[in-house]
Design a binder for this molecule. Structure first.
Ligand SMILES: *[C@@H]1O[C@H](CO)[C@@H](O)[C@H](O)[C@H]1NC(C)=O
Ligand SMILES: *[C@@H]1O[C@H](CO)[C@@H](O)[C@H](O)[C@H]1NC(C)=O
Ligand SMILES: *[C@@H]1O[C@H](CO)[C@@H](O)[C@H](O)[C@H]1NC(C)=O
Ligand SMILES: *[C@@H]1O[C@H](CO)[C@@H](O)[C@H](O)[C@H]1NC(C)=O
Ligand SMILES: *[C@@H]1O[C@H](CO)[C@@H](O)[C@H](O)[C@H]1NC(C)=O
Ligand SMILES: *[C@@H]1O[C@H](CO)[C@@H](O)[C@H](O)[C@H]1NC(C)=O
Ligand SMILES: *[C@@H]1O[C@H](CO)[C@@H](O)[C@H](O)[C@H]1NC(C)=O
Ligand SMILES: *[C@@H]1O[C@H](CO)[C@@H](O)[C@H](O)[C@H]1NC(C)=O
Length: 526
């Protein structure tokens, strides 16, 4: 038994010092042990190389999962951010000439009209199957200082309820169209309305909707008698949303399970198009790669929008992020992008390239969405109207910057333009001179500029610190391990040399007393 472990190479026990052979024996034990330790350290380094990042990922998965009472859930339900929506309105400045002389419409882009938003998820209920159900609340406050213009600015825009009704009557019986014309005559409804910006966005009483509410059979009734582009959006939404918490399967994290109790949309011919298993835009499944396609669903978009990796950017507080943006052919016609075939259930004709027909989600109004300034659409649509500058990718593209490891949206600009596809209906005299045209109404940018420091701190930990810790840890382990190993082997070799010289000249060690000293054969083999 060797009882002489000591880093100094000196015996611990003075009785042990009696014989240098004994000492030498301890020496071999000791450095053999150091070899074992250093191999253990190197082995641990290999473990770190192989498993550290998976372990970090497990921690991230655990950290982001929505659980009752967790910090992540608190941030998800009441995000400590101030999103804002910037609205730009196309004011028609030559409505009379357009209708009477057949001139090109001239529009004047007004805005931005800026509203600061406050988001909160109400009635958050955790279900026992890895999902959570809630109502989204959004409160909008007009910000005079950031806006260029006031909510009271008067604008002239196409009369959307009227032009929707006339466009829809295109294939109806002629007498119905004539009846419609006389009703509009009596109610003094004109193809353009003059309203304030506030009214256009948040609602004004529309005589046609009011009439429809009284006349149309109950089942087909429009739910409102007011019209506004963002009517009823200020406050708690009636929509019940159920999303996956990530507790059961992290790859579903933040994706919609059901929207108003429905697992998919009812509008289209294929499940591919009806699918709504997508993010609401705030959180995405973690561990995104540059090959990942993420999806955003919004009720008013009437579909889930795919987004693909574009480039690496620096998000808020210098946390690196991936920029995701819709592929260029996202709204391409079915000929150019066959994936879009099922979004045109009643076609052809279908919406032209660069537009998305949301009429099925807008009470059959002929509303087409596009990107601002007709970005990604044929330029002929933009030049059909005077006063719209050519699209600029930087100003008009839709994008989201996502922190890839945690799947948190750090910066976003959801940019969408609302257009009305008007059909000429000659039997209705009020609109007889209104040609077939895709008329731009407004565009908006709903965005988030940055996250607060408290939210980015954890991301920094996951993105910057974890890889550094990883490298530092395995580098240190390897360095220490290899260094110890070299020292130990060197010592062992030196020991072996000395042993050789001992065996050659035993007198140097003094006379070994038989039976008392450990025999040479006890020296470990190496
Ligand atoms: C919008 O255009 C109309 C003319 O069609 C004009 O009277 C009005 O002042 C314009 N609104 C703004 C805010 O410029
Ligand atoms: C439109 O027509 C009216 C009458 O025909 C004419 O007085 C007016 O100058 C025309 N306006 C334009 C812009 O051509
Ligand atoms: C939210 O919960 C409260 C209290 O449980 C209830 O009174 C309210 O009706 C719920 N709101 C919605 C929109 O379900
Ligand atoms: C989980 O439970 C909720 C409430 O019972 C239900 O609405 C939802 O569809 C369920 N989701 C799944 C994936 O089973
Ligand atoms: C939205 O509602 C809040 C109160 O709930 C109100 O203070 C605010 O002015 C409203 N915003 C708009 C744009 O109407
Ligand atoms: C991304 O896809 C390409 C081609 O499909 C493949 O070569 C590459 O390995 C993928 N990268 C990752 C990170 O999955
Ligand atoms: C939009 O979709 C509706 C319903 O599918 C259809 O009736 C209408 O013709 C479409 N409009 C365009 C411009 O494609
Ligand atoms: C745009 O539309 C015009 C007329 O409809 C057509 O001649 C032209 O080829 C189209 N351009 C592109 C790039 O599709």
């Amino acid at each position: 038994m060797c009882l002489c472990w000591s880093w100094t190479g000196r015996p611990l026990n003075k009785f042990m010092a009696r014989a240098r052979t004994h000492n030498l024996d301890c020496y071999f034990w000791k450095w053999g042990f150091v070899v074992a330790i250093s191999l253990g350290i190197i082995f641990f380094g290999i473990i770190v190389v192989l498993f550290f990042m998976s372990w970090v990922n497990l921690v991230i998965n655990h950290e982001v999962t929505l659980r009752e009472g967790s910090q992540t859930t608190e941030w998800w339900a009441r995000p400590p951010v101030v999103p804002m929506i910037k609205v730009y309105i196309y004011n028609v400045t030559n409505a009379d000439e357009f209708l009477n002389n057949g001139s090109k419409p001239i529009v004047d882009e007004l805005g931005p009209y800026v509203y600061l938003e406050k988001w909160e998820k109400k009635n958050v209920t955790f279900n026992n199957n890895g999902t959570v159900t809630f109502h989204q609340e959004k409160i909008y406050q007009f910000d005079e200082a950031l806006s260029s213009g006031s909510e009271d600015d008067v604008v002239v825009v196409p009369n959307i309820p009227m032009l929707s009704a006339t466009s829809q009557s295109k294939h109806a019986a002629r007498f119905l169209r004539l009846a419609m014309a006389s009703i509009m005559d009596i109610l003094k409804i004109k193809p353009f309305v003059e309203v304030s910006v506030g009214q256009l966005l948040w609602g004004y009483e529309d005589p046609l909707l009011k009439l429809a509410k009284d006349v149309v059979p109950k089942e087909q009734k429009l739910p409102y008698e007011e019209f506004g582009l963002m009517y009823n959006k200020n406050g708690t939404s009636k929509d019940i949303v159920t999303v996956y918490t990530g507790a059961d399967d992290i790859t579903n994290y933040g994706l919609i399970d059901k929207f108003n109790g429905m697992p998919k949309l009812p509008h289209y011919t294929e499940d591919r198009c009806n699918d709504i298993k997508a993010s609401d835009g705030s959180i995405f499944p973690p561990h995104l790669t540059k090959n990942s396609t993420i999806h955003i669903f919004d009720k008013d978009l009437c579909r889930k929008l795919p987004l693909i990796f574009e480039k690496e950017v620096l998000g808020s507080n210098d946390v690196p992020a991936y920029r995701f943006t819709p592929p260029k052919n996202v709204f391409a016609s079915a000929e150019e992008n066959p994936d879009n075939m099922c979004f045109c259930p009643q076609g052809p004709p279908c919406a032209p390239s660069g537009f998305f027909n949301v009429s099925l989600c807008q009470y059959d109004s002929p509303v087409l969405l596009s990107f601002p300034h007709f970005y990604l659409a044929n330029d002929s649509y933009r030049t059909a109207v005077e006063g719209i500058s050519p699209p600029d990718e930087e100003k008009h593209k839709f994008f989201v910057d996502v922190q890839p490891q945690m799947g948190t949206a750090m910066r976003a600009k959801a940019r969408v333009q609302i257009n009305l596809a008007v059909s000429q209906v000659v039997d209705i005299k009020q609109v007889a001179t209104f040609p077939d045209i895709i008329f731009p109404i407004m565009w908006f940018e709903e965005g988030l500029d940055s996250l607060p420091e408290e939210m980015t701190a954890l991301m920094k930990l996951a993105t910057a610190v974890a890889p550094i810790a990883h490298t530092a840890l395995y580098a240190t382990l390897f360095a220490v391990g290899v260094l110890l190993l070299i020292i130990a082997i060197w010592r062992l070799l030196r020991g072996a040399n000395r042993l050789n010289s001992l065996q050659l000249a035993p007198g140097h060690v003094g006379t070994p007393a038989k039976g008392k000293d450990v025999p040479m054969s006890n020296v470990p083999k190496y």
